[in-house]
Design a binder for this molecule. Structure first.
Ligand SMILES: Nc1ncnc2c1ncn2[C@@H]1O[C@H](COP(=O)(O)OP(=O)(O)OP(=O)(O)O)[C@@H](O)[C@H]1O
Ligand SMILES: O=P(O)(O)OC[C@H]1O[C@](O)(CO)[C@@H](O)[C@@H]1O
Ligand SMILES: [Mg+2]
Length: 518
């Protein structure tokens, strides 16, 4: 494939150095380049020379859109943080646009440099005058500890760091844009909200109508939109950003990823997750206390996790009282050798009790088969899950009472909403503050269509599409699941002759094409 090299003056502009658009113009496919260069090695050397050796072979930047991409004449201003007391003695007040965060930090000597994201933080120039900003904040999807902290810190960050005072709250999720009046948000109004669970702005599922939302943004003169929500919400945010771009509006769209399930890709962990895992300990502890006090006690705790078993996995690892953890990514079976029934019987004989943690999305096929249920969806189009908890409890009861096999004492605990309807803990609060401030710095700097989040502990600006293109799930081939199996000593539920690939979630999509249960 021949290399169509743009003229050097274009190439050597510093702002062009690392952009994927440039890589595209050089016949690179930015995202797969690290693994699969589309040009020959010789050509890539030519390219590296042209780029003043700033772009090494295998370096990929996941650029985020900027308002000047479609509004080239947009004026910029010195960042008011230059005069901020908060940043007065910071050594390096501003983050260079060339500071990047590596997606993969465990590498070999000869590995390509791989994918990188812009480091989040204040930029030297901003593209909004403080008194011309009209920002809005919306929260969508399910609840999660820490949403109120993010709202509070966006409001306070805009006001204290950038002198912005015109901030609106959109009530009740996406549909609030076109069906509700707005709330006025000031540091005073949001002062205490981080101490409460839930969302001060309320939330909803469904109701995303891009045209109506952007009409409303335009009508109200909003020029910064902060959207807090999960994968569905971020998909909606991407559509809003695209429509804003199509209409040529000077509106920055910033996403803050929120999900109790920790199912958002790329970022290290979602806010509120640690709080939820901590709260889950209380339920697990209660189950343990109950079953320890009776003969042949079996405790079952159901935790959230639609397609991703992170809450169940981390709650199990943290607790040490859990004998077996069942997650959507790891098919399990009940009967026969190394099945769940055999394992329970063994533990009862050994310890007199057993605690099982089950993620709500685990074993859905089983429940569906036994209930002959048809698929139902919520307003956002998410599949409504069948209740694995009572189903599993009943199956275990039936098994042990059949032929008077063994007298058992089964206690079922379902703390589902309790783990997400609480305020965030201290570390999540700090995390939420960083997310909010990063989002504010990014929007003020003119970035748009981006989401914020920590990548290998460094906060970064990530193109929205990167966090929505796949669901973050527990990889059975990763060490963390092995650590759990080593800690509980539970069966892995796959036999050695079975290909691990078949059960890792890497070869099939857990959402659309569920795994087969044997
Ligand atoms: N593909 C999509 N395109 C546009 N909007 C979407 C899309 N998917 C979901 N939305 C909108 O995003 C909002 C939230 O979506 P959803 O209910 O799926 O929750 P979420 O953001 O994924 O959060 P969580 O799953 O963590 O509760 C809803 O208002 C929904 O209409
Ligand atoms: O009942 P709701 O509020 O729609 O939300 C339940 C779902 O939301 C989640 O908490 C994700 O936000 C899932 O774990 C759960 O299945
Ligand atoms: Mg979701």
């Amino acid at each position: 494939m021949d290399l169509a090299i743009p003229s050097p003056p274009f190439l050597f502009k510093p702002q062009n150095l690392l952009r994927p658009s440039l890589l595209h113009s050089l016949n690179f496919e930015s995202r797969v380049f690290a693994k699969k260069p589309l040009i020959s090695r010789q050509n890539s050397r030519i390219r590296a020379q042209f780029l003043d050796q700033k772009v090494d072979e295998g370096f990929v930047l996941e650029d985020v859109p900027h308002l000047t991409n479609f509004l080239p004449d947009l004026p910029s201003y010195p960042n008011p943080l230059q005069k901020s007391q908060a940043y007065a003695i910071v050594k390096k007040t501003f983050v260079s646009p060339e500071d990047v965060v590596a997606k993969t930090i465990v590498v070999q000597k000869d590995s390509p440099r791989g994918v990188h994201f812009h480091r989040a933080g204040p930029r030297e120039k901003v593209y909004f005058k403080s008194d011309e900003v009209r920002a809005c904040i919306v929260t969508c999807g399910g609840l999660c500890p820490g949403i109120n902290t993010v709202i509070r810190e966006i409001v306070c960050g805009l006001n204290y760091m950038y002198g912005v005072s015109d901030i609106l709250g959109i009530e009740g999720g996406y549909r609030g844009f076109y069906s509700k009046n707005t709330l006025t948000l000031t540091p005073k109004v949001v002062n205490d909200i981080h101490k409460r669970g839930g969302t001060f702005l309320r939330t909803s599922r469904g109701g995303h109508d891009t045209q109506k939302i952007v009409d409303n943004i335009q009508d109200r003169g909003i020029n910064q939109v902060y959207i807090i929500g999960g994968d569905g919400t971020q998909r909606g945010a991407a559509l809003i950003y695209k429509e804003v771009e199509k209409r040529g509006l000077p509106v920055a769209v910033a996403g803050v990823p929120k999900t109790i399930d920790n199912d958002i890709a790329v970022i290290d962990k979602s806010f509120g997750f640690d709080t939820a895992v901590e709260e889950a300990q209380r339920a697990i502890n209660a189950a343990h206390v109950e079953v320890e006090s009776v003969e042949n006690g079996i405790g079952i705790v159901k935790l959230m996790g639609r397609y991703s078993g992170f809450i169940a996995m981390f709650a199990t690892l943290a607790s040490r009282d859990v004998d077996c953890c069942l997650i959507p990514e790891s098919p399990f079976y009940l009967e026969g050798r190394d099945g769940l029934f055999e394992f329970i019987e063994l533990r009862l004989k050994e310890n007199g009790h057993v605690v099982i943690v089950v993620a709500e999305g685990a074993g859905q096929e089983y429940v569906a088969q036994s209930m002959l249920a048809s698929e139902r969806k919520d307003e956002s189009g998410n599949r409504l899950l069948l209740d694995i908890g009572p189903w599993l409890s009943q199956k275990i009861k039936d098994h042990f009472t059949e032929d008077n096999k063994m007298p058992i004492n089964l206690k079922y605990i379902d703390p589902t909403y309790m783990i997400r309807a609480i305020p965030s803990n201290a570390s999540d609060n700090i995390y939420c503050t960083l997310l909010a401030q990063s989002a504010v710095h990014g929007a003020m700097a003119g970035y748009t269509g981006f989401t914020v989040g920590p990548v290998n502990s460094r906060h970064a600006y990530i193109p929205i599409a990167r966090v929505t293109e796949r669901t973050n799930t527990v990889k059975l081939t990763d060490r963390m699941w092995a650590r759990l199996l080593a800690s509980t000593n539970q069966p892995s539920f796959f036999s050695s002759d079975e290909s691990v690939q078949e059960v890792t979630g890497e070869t099939f999509d857990m959402i659309n094409n569920k795994s087969t249960f044997t």
